[in-house]
Design a protein around this ligand. Structure first.
Ligand SMILES: Cc1cc2nc3c(=O)[nH]c(=O)nc-3n(C[C@H](O)[C@H](O)[C@H](O)COP(=O)(O)OP(=O)(O)OC[C@H]3O[C@@H](n4cnc5c(N)ncnc54)[C@H](O)[C@@H]3O)c2cc1C
Length: 285
């Protein structure tokens, strides 16, 4: 058994420099006394996987047009969105975000009724949100109304306060601002974590292609790979990864819902393209 105490012991090692890892780094650098931090990333720079702008739809979700959120989740997401939007606006750096409109569209009776009810329920939380009908839609999105049977019900919730966020540029900005606040931060690109264990002192020993990192705490922000490391430490054994692709809407909502080809029912106007992702689900025994 190796009884020598390691020479460098980090307070925290963050594994993964996407938007999750870098935003945690930023929060700790600005609002905590945790100083000795390393952030390990297997690729050559930040946010080259899910947080890369080509790999996600760049929507800053705020709960207003996500009709699949319950009230509690909606308000949690709104609070987080305000923090993110505040950061990208205050930073004054170019290329972090773009203001855009957000819309959720209802094209059959049940959807229209549902959106009207939703609007009444949430309008006090989202003063920027408007409920619009066919006339305003024809101006804002003429293609939706072109050739559409005027007797078919249609409405939309719309906000001009939507944000498209470049999560890669924002990750880079989080890293830069963190290093300015705390020059001791060790950002280590091209460093792939291969194994994690605990030593006889209770420290986490993280083995990488660039040697070992020893730390009091470790945060895995490595996307779905995080579960593999959680398992190695004895956590989350009841979970497994199921890879699949999906549309960000139920099939009822996504399929053309009338004879008119222009009446696509988009569950979330901003991200209607198919999303491919991995989800953590309880494992069947
Ligand atoms: C098609 C699609 C569309 C999406 N649209 C949206 C959207 O519109 N709005 C939205 O908010 N979200 C969207 N998402 C989700 C969003 O992209 C992710 O939730 C987010 O980018 C995850 O960030 P992350 O930092 O957790 O993961 P990542 O950005 O994947 O970062 C994980 C990092 O960990 C590193 N890593 C992994 N394993 C190791 C290892 N062993 N050692 C060292 N480093 C390691 C990776 O290289 C990577 O850099 C979308 C996702 C997809 C797939």
């Amino acid at each position: 058994m190796n009884t020598q105490k390691p020479s460098v012991i980090y307070d925290l090692v963050i594994v993964g420099a996407g938007i999750t890892g870098t935003s945690l780094l930023y929060a700790l650098s600005k609002a905590s006394n945790v100083r000795k931090i390393a952030i390990l990333e297997k690729y050559s720079g930040v946010a080259l996987v899910n947080s890369h702008p080509l790999n996600n739809s760049q929507t800053s979700h705020d709960g207003s047009t996500e009709t699949n959120y319950n009230d509690q989740h909606m308000l949690e997401v709104q609070r987080a969105a305000k923090l993110l939007r505040g950061y990208v606006e205050r930073s004054g750096k170019p290329g972090l975000f773009k203001k855009t409109h957000r819309m959720v569209l209802g094209v059959i009776e049940t959807e229209v009724v549902m959106l009207r009810m939703r609007f009444e329920m949430i309008k006090n939380h989202y003063p920027d949100l408007k409920l619009i009908g066919p006339k305003e839609l024809a101006v804002i999105e003429p293609k939706i109304m072109e050739g559409r049977n005027p007797n078919k019900p249609v409405c939309a919730l719309i906000s001009t306060e939507g944000y498209a966020v470049n999560y890669q540029a924002t990750s880079q900005s989080f890293l830069n601002d963190s290093q300015t606040a705390n020059p001791d931060i060790n950002f280590s690109p091209l460093t792939e974590v291969q194994k994690v264990s605990r030593d006889e002192y209770g420290y986490y020993v993280i083995e990488t292609n660039r040697g070992k990192f020893v730390t009091k705490f470790v945060e895995f922000a490595a996307g779905p790979y995080s579960l593999k490391f959680a398992h190695a430490l004895g956590y989350g054994k009841e979970f497994t990864i199921l890879s699949f692709s999906f549309c960000s809407c139920s099939s009822d909502f996504f399929l053309p819902s009338s004879s008119s080809p222009s009446s696509f029912s988009l569950f979330s106007y901003c991200s209607w393209v198919s999303d491919g992702f991995s989800s953590i689900l309880p494992e069947k025994s």
